[in-house]
Design a protein around this ligand. Structure first.
Ligand SMILES: C[S@@+](CC[C@H](N)C(=O)[O-])C[C@H]1O[C@@H](n2cnc3c(N)ncnc32)[C@H](O)[C@@H]1O
Length: 590
């Protein structure tokens, strides 16, 4: 290889990144053979674009799909701006969020381990996404990460910071890429979070720390130093010298010592820990508490786009921050919801201030049943965006696609578009706007539409009827703007799917002495998927606070009521495609 790298004396400038020249030997010419990869900092890593940067547009094209609001969970303070929980691929969710709107981002993405990843939740959405992440090795992993880090940088305010939680598998690669995306000068810390427990390799020291890479967006980042107690020895010494240490500097014993970038005082979660929910990769709340306190203020927006079981939003809420959380696993979202509703209630168990509502949104996969809850205008907005058309406010049609008028049928899954509707639409667009082509999208058509189409054709008008089909949108026309990317990026196939809620059937079997068996094995997934998550609130009091059973097989539970009389039991079942529904049973316990 003959490639040469010249160490320039001046600072490198790359877009809005300024990179300090850190080498002292400025005139020496280096040939590639002089170095082992990775190349020295200050020369190469910071002034070449991040891996995949030029391919972002082709590898991860933007698809304009709508965000569907599914639910609002209320804590009794409806005037406060709600926090947001998103189910969907974080890249596309982030692309729907505005610039410079977030103060702090913490992420704990799946680690690159070079082998098949053990899924956390096991639902089909998670399993599908792992193929994109791991195929193509570390290169592909870094591209997958970079495009997301790039969006995160856009979302951060100028005073904002990002914490990326990684481990030895890829932290060194991610750091180089972050230097390029956030700027070498905006590196703040590489925190070594040290813990013990678990296995030990035979041929190396035990790997017992994670690396948390911290970058700020600019030089004016919010940072509140955190303090820890001086060691007993230092305390004794300082006290004996009247508050001054050996180096003559005053030590504030009450405040404590500036915390270093190695943290040994926060243990990883153990089996018996009360905050442990029982899924792998759960991070301790104390870790998030330190990060959130250090790099945000009360009222700031904290985001976690790989939120897993919701450690970040729970801690952010407790510390009176606003939050945005996202995960591509529907089970993770349900666990997060349950954790939040279990931790906070109207009377604010954990906080001294009011708790805002939570809004749950879907991106990419949609709840077909909930679409009929939308107002007619919201439903039209939704369908027009999903269809890749432009919304038009007009009494004759609802949107335009390639300059062809589009009419959206009724939101109810049970209503049909009739032949008369088709003729009326064709006549309207012809007489009012001189169009002789049109498109109707609807859940269902009755048989008379074919005849109407034939009649219109004989009159010189062509009306195309597009079926919005559940689960699979079979009509390529409907998912055109998604399917045009499917060949180059197969994962896009999974977007724009509609799912239906499961039908829950519960058999209640009294076992005597207030004990009951609840058998849900006759429940049916309407998405042809396995059941994956069962949640039950045996003592329902107006807000669903379930115990979580993450198990593909368990469809039965036993419970002994604490006293005789009426009890409301609520069941929530989730299938692997993300379909979810709740079911209420009243039990008169004896
Ligand atoms: C290591 S876990 C996070 C655990 C979390 N810090 C906690 O304490 O519970 C990583 C999470 O990232 C999610 N994930 C992976 N790829 C994603 C993507 N493209 N978009 C959104 N979430 C994703 C996984 O479903 C998983 O829940």
């Amino acid at each position: 290889m003959t490639e040469e790298y010249i160490n320039e004396e001046s600072n490198h400038t790359n877009g809005n990144m300024v990179i300090d020249n850190v080498s002292s030997d400025s005139n020496k010419k280096y040939s590639f053979e002089d170095f082992n990869i990775p190349k020295p900092i200050g020369m190469v890593p910071a002034d070449v674009p991040p891996l995949g940067y030029k391919e972002f547009k082709s590898m991860f094209p933007r698809i304009d799909l709508p965000v569907q609001k599914i639910q609002r969970i209320s804590f009794g303070f409806k005037d406060l701006q709600p926090n947001s929980l998103y189910w969907g691929d974080n890249l596309h969710v982030m692309r729907n969020l505005p610039n410079e709107s977030i103060d702090l981002i913490y992420i704990d993405p799946p680690f690159f381990s070079g082998r098949e990843y053990n899924t956390v939740w096991g639902d089909n959405n998670e399993v599908r996404s792992f193929t994109d992440i791991w195929e193509g090795g570390i290169d592909n992993y870094l591209k997958w990460m970079n495009v997301r880090l790039f969006e995160m940088r856009r979302l951060l305010k100028n005073t904002g910071s990002i914490y990326v939680h990684c481990d030895w598998h890829a932290s060194h690669y991610i750091k180089v890429e972050m230097d390029k995306i956030f700027g070498y000068n905006n590196f703040r810390n590489e925190i070594a979070w040290c813990y013990s427990g678990g296995g030990v390799p035979k041929d190396a020291f035990a790997r017992k720390h994670d690396a948390i890479l911290v970058y700020s967006k600019t030089k004016i980042n919010v940072f509140h130093p955190q303090y820890k107690e001086y060691s007993e020895k230092s305390q004794r010494l300082v006290k004996s010298r009247g508050g001054v240490s050996i180096d003559g500097r005053v030590r504030d014993l009450a405040r404590g010592k500036h915390m270093e970038d190695w943290w040994t005082d926060i243990q990883s979660l153990q089996t018996m820990d009360t905050e442990r929910i029982g899924y792998p990769t759960q991070k301790p709340e104390a870790l998030l508490e330190r990060i959130i306190k250090a790099s945000s203020n009360e009222g700031d927006v904290v985001a976690d786009f790989f939120c897993g079981g919701g450690t970040t939003p729970v801690v952010a809420q407790r510390l009176n921050r606003r939050w945005i959380a996202c995960d591509q696993s529907r089970v993770a979202i349900e666990v997060t919801k349950a954790r939040l509703t279990g931790s906070f209630n109207g009377s604010t168990q954990h906080t001294i201030t009011a708790v805002p509502d939570i809004e749950l949104y879907y991106w990419g996969t949609y709840d077909a049943g909930k679409l009929s809850d939308l107002s007619s205008s919201e439903f039209k907005d939704f369908v027009i965006k999903a269809f890749g058309a432009t919304r038009v406010m007009n009494e004759f049609y609802d949107g335009l696609k390639n300059n062809i008028p589009v009419l959206v049928g009724p939101s109810s899954l049970k209503k049909f578009v009739t032949g008369d509707d088709v003729i009326e639409f064709a006549e309207n667009i012809k007489s009012k706007s001189a169009y002789n082509r049109g498109i109707i999208t609807a859940w269902q058509y009755d048989q008379s539409v074919r005849e109407a189409q034939d009649f219109l054709r004989s009159e010189g008008s062509e009306i195309q009827l597009i079926n919005m089909d559940l689960i699979k949108i079979t009509d390529e026309k409907f998912r055109e703007h998604v399917s045009q990317h499917e060949k180059s990026h197969p994962s896009y196939k999974r977007y724009l799917r509609f799912i239906l809620p499961p039908i829950i059937n519960v058999k209640v079997v009294p076992l005597g002495n207030l004990k009951y068996k609840f058998d849900l094995s006759d429940s049916i997934s309407q998405n042809n998927a396995q059941f994956i998550n069962l949640q039950i609130d045996f003592e329902y009091k107006g807000k669903f606070r379930p115990s979580v059973i993450l198990n593909k097989i368990v469809k039965c539970a036993e419970y002994t009521f604490p006293y005789a009389g009426k009890h409301t039991v609520v069941f929530s079942m989730q299938d692997a495609e993300g379909g979810i529904s709740e079911h209420i049973v009243e039990v008169d316990a004896i």
